[in-house]
Design a protein around this ligand. Structure first.
Ligand code: ADP
Ligand code: ASP
Ligand code: MG
Length: 436
């Protein structure tokens, strides 16, 4: 079995959905994971924000606009009246459901139910389209197998058992269609795997069915060696290791959701990143093979806060770092980068929800400085210590840019540098010019 995931742009219009259909209908069995049509989840977030503020006119305006765009898609997608009628009813029932929230209390639970609607509608329409064209397809409801546990981590045992059960209950099918992104949490409530989480769904599904390959189809020909949104002439990378891909995804390469590499890596399932607009392009293949002797790619992670923690008594003191880490742990706030000196330690975080409490607690035994608007620029490659000169090339590229922190040696394939957001694009471009 192969798992193929198509992102929002890949199913962003009736034309695109037809294109996807032509890519998936070869005779081998497949699980097809879809995101919502491009722009849908953003609109659903907008609707939820209006509903929190009890701005029902605002909410209704976005609901009507989004509903119309789905009804227009239905018109263009189907040629048979029967399917068009079924699809119009389906779209209307989902939007009536969304409208029902304009009359009631609105909390995070209702918000999550709303956010799930995009994937539910998109997969249902795509399934109808395949059936209209005579393909043997069936919907596998993600809410019946995709689940997180009390730590908000995927419950892999539950996912495997229930997905296998659903597959067995629909034998003789050729194309299994399911929703990315959405899941149930440990309490059985509708939830999601965070924005961009359909890649994660695909990887979890691949692991749960022991897939031979996981394909992530998107709007670009694989992982590029720098962020194409900011840097010109970036190039697609033919081969990446799981570790390199995970670092790039974690440090901002949007083509992959940060957590999506791990399930595939643990199950050793190759991942291919492919382009829906250019299906013949080789894209990127991600496997366990490490690639020696190269600097592979650059990525940047935004919205980073740096915290400098100084202790007058760090000299020969032990227990200081433990106290610092315990505070971050108690607020469930992960640290990305860390550098230490005789007198203190600097760390970065990207989740600043508990920043105030963290700083208050740190101030009980140290002086604290906070710098916002920072960016982690990350260079990924074969960065073992023996590869003399690689670090030098990186610093040479960044010689005109103030660097706030450097982290090297924590992993064999990553150097991370912290710069101010105003220098981000300059840093990315300078690195591409010098390294590739
Ligand atoms: P999808 O909707 O298919 O999930 P995304 O928008 O989430 O697509 O991811 C694809 C986008 O990721 C590309 O259009 C590109 O702009 C962006 N991107 C950022 N960094 C990279 C990179 N290093 N390589 C390729 N694409 C990248
Ligand atoms: N539709 C969701 C989002 O926009 C999930 C995804 O695209 O992966 O975040
Ligand atoms: Mg994405």
């Amino acid at each position: 079995m192969k798992v193929l995931k198509f992102g929002g742009t890949s199913v962003g219009s009736a034309e695109r959905m037809k294109g996807v259909a032509s890519l998936v209908t070869s005779p081998d069995n497949k699980i097809i994971v879809l995101s919502a049509m491009a722009g849908t989840t953003n609109s659903l977030v907008e609707i939820a924000n209006y509903l929190y503020k009890k701005n029902y006119d605002g909410a209704n305006e976005v609901i009507n606009r989004l509903e119309k765009s789905y009804l227009d898609t239905v018109k263009d997608l189907f040629s048979e009246e029967e399917y068009r009628k079924k699809s119009v009813e389906l779209v209307k029932s989902h939007f009536d459901y969304i409208r029902s929230f304009t009359k009631d209390v609105f909390t995070v639970f209702e918000e999550k139910s709303i956010l799930a609607q995009g994937e539910l509608i998109t997969t249902a329409l795509f399934n109808f389209y395949l059936q209209e064209k005579g393909y043997n397809s069936v919907l596998l409801p993600a809410l019946d197998f995709m689940r997180t546990n009390k730590n908000n981590e995927p419950d892999t045992v539950y996912i495997r058992e229930n997905l296998q059960r659903l597959l067995k209950s629909a034998p003789n099918k050729h194309l299994y269609i399911t929703q990315g992104y959405i899941c149930r949490n440990a309490f059985g409530e509708v939830d999601n795997l965070q924005r961009g989480g359909s890649d994660y769904s695909a990887s979890l599904i691949g692991a749960a069915v022991d897939a031979v390959e996981i394909q992530i189809w998107t709007d670009i020909d694989g992982m590029h060696n720098n962020d194409p949104r900011y840097v010109e002439d970036t190039k697609s990378i033919a081969e990446l290791s799981f570790d390199e891909a995970a670092e790039l995804a974690y440090f901002g390469a949007k083509i992959l959701h940060p957590t999506s590499v791990l399930p595939a890596k643990l199950a050793n399932i190759p991942v291919r990143l492919l382009n829906t607009m250019d299906s013949k392009a080789p894209g990127t293949r991600i496997t366990s093979s490490q690639h020696k002797g190269r600097l592979t790619a650059v990525a940047a992670k935004d919205n980073i806060t740096a915290i400098k923690i100084k202790s007058g008594r760090m000299l020969l003191a032990y227990g200081f770092l433990r106290k610092v880490f315990e505070i971050f742990e108690s607020y469930k706030t992960p640290i990305d980068m860390i550098t230490t000196s005789e007198v203190g330690v600097s760390v970065t975080i990207d989740n600043d929800r508990h920043l105030e409490e963290i700083v208050d607690d740190l101030r009980k035994f140290s002086t604290v400085e906070v710098d916002r608007d920072q960016v982690i620029v990350c260079v990924v490659g074969d960065l073992v210590a023996e590869n003399n000169g690689y670090a030098n090339r990186i610093f040479e590229a960044l010689k005109d840019i103030p660097i706030r922190m450097i982290s090297y040696g924590g992993s064999e394939h990553n150097i991370s540098l912290l710069v101010h957001v105003k220098d981000k694009v300059k840093a990315l471009r300078a690195l591409s010019a010098k390294l590739f």
